[in-house]
Design a protein around this ligand. Structure first.
Ligand code: 5GP
Ligand code: MG
Length: 181
């Protein structure tokens, strides 16, 4: 099913193949012991579900938790405010942490959360994003792992929403002609 005004951008088999490749890359770079996956809600729920099962199939011991952050989109450009709505409950002191997010845009969300996890004492923090948007002058370092690089179009599906809709779609769709509404 394709939502009205959207076009298929990344199909289910392409996503599945990339998730397997990412799991391989993550395994090659990880240390001994448990890997602590932290997913940013709500956008990363589907990606995290698939990636965590792939890592599990390959025998990686995991700890999993989620965090909810809110970026005030209007303020993002001017003040870069990102606030933590719900924090993790796991103790990540000394842990190897993999932060998972749906999409990298301005980079402010991930930069803020990275700093937060650092303060909590993580030994190592890597970031894995499903999508990276084309964006000159982005804040913070690039993620260690990126699923797909895309253009500037607004995308939905596979966890990504438009006002709560379309998160359930198994593939990724792009809105023709920029931002919604
Ligand atoms: P930033 O990197 O600007 O701090 O924020 C990234 C967040 O903005 C993502 O986690 C996502 O919630 C939202 N976002 C950015 N671009 C898109 C998009 O094309 N589609 C959707 N659904 N959300 C987006
Ligand atoms: Mg998000």
């Amino acid at each position: 099913m394709t939502p009205a005004e959207y076009a298929l951008l990344i199909s289910e088999p392409r996503i599945a193949g990339r998730v397997r490749d990412l799991a391989g890359e993550i395994i090659r770079n990880r240390g001994d012991g448990e890997l602590c996956l932290i997913g940013l809600m709500k956008g990363s729920f589907m990606f995290m579900a698939d990636l965590s099962r792939e890592l599990s199939r390959r025998g990686v011991p995991l700890l999993t938790d989620v965090m909810t952050v809110s970026s005030y989109r209007e303020d993002v450009r001017s003040s870069g405010r990102v606030s933590i709505i719900q924090d993790i409950t796991l103790d990540i002191k000394g842990r190897d942490v993999l932060l998972i997010d749906d999409i990298l845009d301005s980079g402010l969300t991930l930069e803020t959360v990275r700093g937060h996890l650092h303060v909590k004492g993580a030994a190592k923090i890597s970031v894995c994003v499903l999508l990276a948007k084309e964006r000159p002058g982005r804040a913070g370092p690039l993620p260690e792992y990126t699923g797909f690089s895309i253009g500037t179009e607004f995308v939905v599906g596979y966890g990504l929403d438009m006002a709560g809709k379309y998160r359930e779609l198994p593939a990724i769709y792009a809105l023709d002609g920029g931002s919604p509404g």
